[in-house]
Design a protein around this ligand. Structure first.
Ligand code: ARG
Length: 458
C-alpha cells in the first residue's frame, strides 16, 4: 500500500522497519481524541478561509463517519499506515475522497499527537480523580464506624502509643487528598494547547490557535512552537503524581496484608476480595492488596522510562518520543484497576474491634502516659522517662502489664504515685487525652472526620 508520505521515496519500506516503527498497536487508544482534535482543526481551517466552508463541512462529516466506524469496531487499522493519525486520515480519504487530504493543511503529526495526549490525559486525570474520591469515601465510612476503636499505634513496627483506628485510616484520607491536589494542579499544564505549532516552526497559513484551543477546552496555547511539540512534562508530571499515589496505595496495602495475618488478626478482608491456595486448603490469601503493593514497580518504571527517554533529547520532535505512550497508558490502566478495587475492598473489610482492643490492653503503650503523670506532678520529664523505663522492666520481669501493678509497686519507684494513676492508664483515657490539634483524641478525630467530609463535598 502506498504511503501518505510516499512521494519522495523510490522503494517500499522494509517490512521489519514498518513493524518496528509503527505505533498503531497501542496508539489506537487515542482515536477519539485524534478525531476531536481534527474536528476542531478543520472547523478553524474553514472559518479562517484556509479551506472553503463546504470542504470543511465535508471533512467534518467524513470524520464523524470514521468515528462511528471505530466506535462500532468496524474500522481496520493497518501497520502500514504506521500510527493512529495516518490510519484515520487514510480512512477519511476512503470515506470522502481526495478532499479529505485537505485536513492536514497547516498541521503536522507532531502537534497532532501532542494535542491527542493532552486531551487524553485531561480526560483520564478527571476520571481518576473521581475514583480517588470513592476511595476516600470508603475510608470515611470505615473511620466513622471506628472512632472509638483502639489499635496500637506503631513506630519501628513496635507498639508505641494506642490510637483511634479512625485516626489511622484517616491518615490515608489526607495522603489521597494531596494526590488529588497534585493531579488537579497538573491539569493547569495539561490544558495548554500545542495545536497549530505544526511540525516545529509554526505555519504560513493564517491559522487561529486560540480558536482551536477554546474549542478543545484548553486554557491557553503554548507560546513557543518548538516547546509545544517537544514538551512531555505534562506526562512526566502525571507519572510522578501517579508514582506518589501508588506509593500511598502500597503502604495501605501493606498494612492490610499485615493486619489480616494471623499474627495481627486485626481485620478480615471480604471473601470476594481474597483468593485461595491450590495446595493448602486452609489459606485465604490477601492477593488484592499484595498485587496493589506490587503495582508500584511498573508505575515507577514508566516514570523512570520517560525521564530517561527525554534526557538529552534535542529539540524538537524525535521519533524516540513515540515511546512516551505505553507507560502512560499502562499507568492510567493500573491506577484505574487499583482504585476501582480499593474502594469496595475497604468498604467491605471486617474490622475486628475486639482483637484490636485486646492488643492495646496487652502492651506497654501507655508508658508515656505514666511519664507524663510524673512530669505533671513536677518531676523533670527526662527523669520520669528513666523511672518509667525501670517500671516497665520490672513489669516485664514480673509478667504484668502496667495496669496490673499495685499502687505499692508503683510507690517503690516514686512517692509521687497515687491511686489516680489507674485512670490515666486505661487505653481509652490514654487516647482521649491526646486532644492536641490533629491528635488521636476522640474529639480531634471527630473534628477531623468533619473536615474530611467537607473535602469530599467540594
Ligand atoms: N506516531 C508518532 C508518535 O507517536 C506521531 C508523530 C510522528 N511524527 C513524525 N514526525 N514522525 O510520536
Amino acid at each position: 500500500m502506498s504511503k501518505l508520505w510516499g512521494g519522495r521515496f523510490t522503494k517500499p519500506t522494509n517490512k521489519l522497519v514498518e513493524e518496528y516503527t509503527s505505533s498503531i498497536g497501542y496508539d489506537q487508544q487515542l482515536a477519539m481524541q485524534d478525531i476531536k482534535g481534527s474536528l476542531a482543526h478543520v472547523e478553524m481551517l474553514g472559518k479562517c478561509g484556509i479551506i472553503t466552508l463546504d470542504e470543511a463541512s465535508q471533512i467534518k462529516q467524513g470524520l464523524q463517519l470514521v468515528e462511528k466506524k471505530i466506535e462500532n469496531g468496524e474500522a481496520s487499522f493497518h501497520v502500514s499506515d504506521e500510527d493512529i493519525h495516518m490510519n484515520i486520515e487514510r480512512m477519511l480519504i476512503e470515506e470522502i475522497g481526495p478532499v479529505g487530504g485537505k485536513l492536514h493543511t497547516g498541521r503536522s503529526r507532531n502537534d497532532q499527537v501532542a494535542t491527542d495526549m493532552h486531551l487524553y490525559l485531561r480526560e483520564k486525570t478527571e476520571y481518576l480523580l473521581t475514583l480517588l474520591k470513592a476511595v476516600q469515601s470508603a475510608i470515611v465510612t470505615q473511620a466513622e464506624a471506628n472512632v472509638e476503636t483502639l489499635i496500637p499505634g506503631y513506630t519501628h513496627l513496635q507498639r508505641a502509643q494506642p490510637v483511634s483506628f479512625a485516626h489511622h485510616l484517616l491518615a490515608y484520607f489526607w495522603m489521597f487528598e494531596r494526590d488529588k491536589e497534585r493531579l488537579k494542579d497538573s491539569l493547569k499544564r495539561v490544558n495548554w494547547s500545542p495545536l497549530g505549532a505544526a511540525a516545529l516552526a509554526g505555519t504560513p497559513y493564517p491559522i487561529d490557535r486560540a480558536m482551536t484551543a477554546e474549542e478543545l477546552g484548553f486554557d491557553r496555547v503554548y507560546p513557543n512552537s518548538l516547546d509545544a511539540v517537544s514538551d512531555r512534562d505534562f506526562i512526566l508530571e502525571f507519572l510522578s503524581d501517579a508514582s506518589i499515589l501508588i506509593t500511598h496505595i502500597s503502604r495501605l496495602s501493606e498494612e492490610l496484608v499485615l493486619w489480616s495475618s494471623q499474627e495481627f488478626d486485626f481485620i478480615e478482608l471480604d471473601d470476594a476480595f481474597c483468593t485461595g491456595s491450590s495446595i493448602m486448603p486452609q489459606k485465604k490469601n490477601p492477593d488484592v492488596p499484595e498485587l496493589l503493593r506490587g503495582k508500584t514497580g511498573r508505575i515507577y518504571g514508566s516514570l523512570m522510562g520517560l525521564l530517561t527517554l527525554l534526557k538529552g533529547l534535542p529539540l524538537a520532535y524525535n521519533k524516540d518520543m513515540q515511546e512516551d505512550k505505553e507507560g502512560m497508558f499502562d499507568t492510567v490502566d493500573t491506577l484505574d484497576g487499583a482504585l476501582s478495587l480499593l474502594a469496595p475492598m475497604l468498604e467491605t473489610m471486617d474490622v475486628k474491634q475486639t482483637n484490636m482492643k485486646q492488643a492495646v490492653q496487652e502492651d506497654y503503650s501507655n508508658a508515656t502516659d505514666i511519664a507524663d503523670y510524673l512530669a505533671i506532678k513536677g518531676m523533670p520529664f527526662r527523669q520520669a522517662h528513666e523511672v518509667i523505663g525501670k517500671i516497665v522492666l520490672y513489669a516485664i520481669e514480673n509478667k504484668k502489664y502496667l495496669l496490673e501493678l499495685t499502687i505499692e509497686e508503683y510507690q517503690q519507684f516514686s512517692e509521687l504515685f497515687e491511686a489516680d494513676i489507674y485512670d490515666k492508664l486505661a487505653p481509652d483515657q490514654v487516647v482521649a487525652e491526646r486532644n492536641s490539634e490533629g491528635g488521636t483524641g476522640f474529639k480531634q478525630v471527630e473534628y477531623q472526620l468533619g473536615l474530611a467530609k467537607q473535602h469530599l463535598q467540594q
